[in-house]
Design a protein around this ligand. Structure first.
Ligand code: CP
Ligand code: NVA
Length: 300
């Protein structure tokens, strides 16, 4: 079985930093590996995407490969044939699989049965490439021994990936959310086991952002849950990232959002377009970090 990246905890702490190192070197143009030369990568997307799709397709080309965009219309993942068979067939054609889908089990199932690396481009449970790129963005912008990161809003796939990162590297992570929208219990439990990190789950947005170096938010209703948008808005309204909330954070804090944003809901225009915002640097770094993850998995 090849090494895959189904969630951040598939890597060790040292490997996370090795990926950041390769990412920085590639971004500066110091190295330009081509591990996909002469190969193709299958990009399976059963959900919509701007950043993930485009950054992976561009990244695959920059690593020398060719990308194939495949939606569920063609393959009907797990319905037309088993995930097991899809994994075995694709392994005969391509050098790498990127997948964005609803159920996390689809990704782990593919990774288990493929003989090539599988990279998770988002599931309902986690969004690992996003948070790897986000932490890299923080390292570029702010120098601290240890970061105080406040995630505000739904305890969703992005919040879960922050917890996964905290289970590997020391972070002071606060998640401000309602009792009805907590992060995944098992992922939270695993993060709590890392005594080098501190984890706080709070219903008080001010407590979450107190002296924070980073204020992070995401849509309140993720893909596949848009029918719950109004219900979530009622639960999460007080966690909106706005100018008043920023007043409690560090004066040089970064504001982050994985995008797409629902401006005026989880984040105001004023903050998203304001001086603390690094949201478009985050978007750019998806390209660099994913190239580094692919280089790592392909063994170059
Ligand atoms: N942040 C992110 O993954 O964006 P897309 O849904 O557009 O890929
Ligand atoms: N939590 C969001 C992230 C989008 C990049 C979603 O899953 O829709």
């Amino acid at each position: 079985m090849a090494r895959s990246f189904t969630e951040i905890t598939d890597l060790t702490r040292n490997e996370v930093f090795a990926v950041f190192d390769v990412c920085a070197k590639m971004k500066k143009g110091e190295i330009a590996p081509k591990p996909l030369a002469g190969k193709s990568a299958a990009c399976i997307f059963t959900k919509e995407s701007l950043r993930t799709r485009v950054s992976f397709e561009v990244g695959i080309r920059e690593l020398g490969g060719n990308s194939l965009y495949i939606t569920d219309k063609e393959i009907k993942l797990g319905k037309r044939e088993s995930i097991h068979d899809v994994a075995r067939v694709l392994s005969r054609y391509v050098g790498l699989i990127i997948i964005r889908t609803l159920a996390h089990g689809n990704v782990t199932g593919l990774a288990r049965h493929a003989t090539i690396p599988v990279v998770n481009g988002l599931t309902d449970l986690v969004h690992p490439c996003q948070v790897m790129g986000d932490y890299f963005t923080i390292l570029e912008h702010l120098k601290r021994d240890r970061y105080k990161i406040a995630f505000l809003g739904d305890g969703n796939n992005v919040a879960n990936s922050w917890l996964n990162l905290a289970s590997l590297i020391p972070i002071d992570l606060r998640i401000g959310t309602s009792k009805q929208t907590p992060p995944d219990e098992a992922i939270l439990g695993r993060a709590m086991e890392n005594s080098d990190s501190s984890i706080l789950i709070t219903g008080d947005p001010k407590e979450a952002v107190k002296d924070a170096d980073v204020i992070y938010t995401d849509v309140w209703a993720s893909m596949g849950q848009k029918d719950k948008a109004e219900e979530k808005a009622k639960l999460l309204g007080k966690f909106q990232v706005n100018t008043a909330l920023l007043a409690g954070a560090s004066s040089d804090c970064l504001v982050m959002h994985c995008l797409p944003a629902e401006r005026g809901r989880e984040i105001t225009d004023e903050v998203m377009d304001g001086p603390h915002s690094v949201v478009f640097d985050e978007a750019e770094n998806r390209l660099h970090i994913q190239k580094a993850i692919m280089v790592f998995l392909l063994g170059q």
